[in-house]
Design a protein around this ligand. Structure first.
Ligand code: CP
Ligand code: NVA
Length: 307
């Protein structure tokens, strides 16, 4: 495994292996036995957008396992402005052991990877959020016992988080449904990918506009912000369009009573997700956030080739 940029770059076996390593490293962590597998290694973390979970969980993942991490703020290096993406990548290649980048344009993580002699990790781009996808898979595995045959329903804006959730769910044998207002669906090439995976992997891919119909028989209901970072100018318009897609108690009542509710966070409470549901018995949003740590340790361990 050279980079971790987008889940479809990897085979089902590779994704399953990352998940297996995450389960193992999490067990070791709670048994007090983090191994110094990353000793002598440093991760450069480039951020063009804000972050709580991605920043802190990667930093702590490196520290727990004997390594180090450097935070590079949006203003610091001016990725693609002060200096070209290719040059940033070539320079960093001489200083650190791996690069994690949160960018606006997906092509910038691809460019970092192209010019780097080191592993590059996508820490969220406008296209996808694969590290989130791996933590989500770990959470579903823990809470529902398997992904195989699960009905995973994403409600709201079919954004970067929805795309990675679709990738990981379908690759690992789950059925995936997306429910969004017209004009806010998955990009055409992602629909094409989902449809081809559906045939290949024998899983269902559905697009159902009515969220109440979509969540019938759901094992997992997932939502995310209606306005992603970089779309702030559209907030007012989106706030008018998305309320029927709010994950609230009424929607939950349409689903099975043991459905789990997920959100990558940050949540905009009482917009896409009500307090009642976020803090209710079906919600797994905090264990889900905590799983970022363990999933990312596994991604790093595979890239450093130490497991
Ligand atoms: N879910 C997630 O990536 O959170 P941050 O934006 O805080 O990193
Ligand atoms: N879809 C959100 C996810 C934040 C973690 C965004 O891109 O802003």
């Amino acid at each position: 495994m050279k980079h971790f940029l987008n889940i479809p770059d990897h085979s089902t076996d590779e994704i399953q292996e990352i998940l297996d390593v995450a389960v193992k490293l999490k067990a070791e962590h709670f048994a007090g036995g983090n191994r110094p597998l990353f000793k002598g290694k440093t991760l450069a973390m480039i951020f063009q957008k804000p972050s709580l979970r991605t920043r802190i969980s990667f930093d702590m993942a490196m520290r727990h396992m004997g390594g180090d991490a450097l935070y590079i703020s949006p203003a610091e290096i001016g990725l693609g402005q002060r200096e070209s993406v290719a040059d940033v990548s070539r320079v960093l290649s001489g200083y650190v052991s791996a690069i994690m980048a949160r960018v606006f344009e997906h092509k910038h993580v691809l460019e970092l990877a192209r010019y780097s002699s080191l592993p590059v990790i996508n820490g969220l781009s406008d296209l996808s959020h694969p590290c989130q996808g791996m933590a989500d898979a770990l959470t579903i595995l823990e809470k529902r016992g398997t992904l195989k045959g699960m009905n995973i329903v994403y409600v709201g804006d079919a954004n970067n988080v929805a795309i990675s959730l679709m990738h990981v769910s379908m690759l690992l044998g789950a059925n995936f449904t997306v429910s969004n207002p017209k004009g806010y669906g998955l990009p055409a090439e992602e629909i094409q990918y989902a449809e081809s995976l559906s045939t290949k992997a024998g899983v269902r891919f559905l697009q159902i506009e009515d969220p109440h119909l979509a969540v019938k028989h759901a094992d997992v209901i997932y939502t995310d912000t209606w306005t992603s970072m970089g779309q702030e100018a559209e907030t007012a318009v989106r706030e008018k369009i998305f309320p029927p897609y709010q994950v609230n108690q009424a929607l939950l009542q349409t689903a099975d009573k043991d459905v789990i509710v997920m959100h990558c966070l940050p949540a905009h409470r009482n917009h896409e997700l009500t307090d009642e549901v976020a803090d209710g018995p079906n919600s797994v949003i905090f264990p889900q956030a905590h799983n970022r740590l363990h999933a990312q340790k596994a991604i790093l361990a595979k890239l450093f080739n130490v497991v």
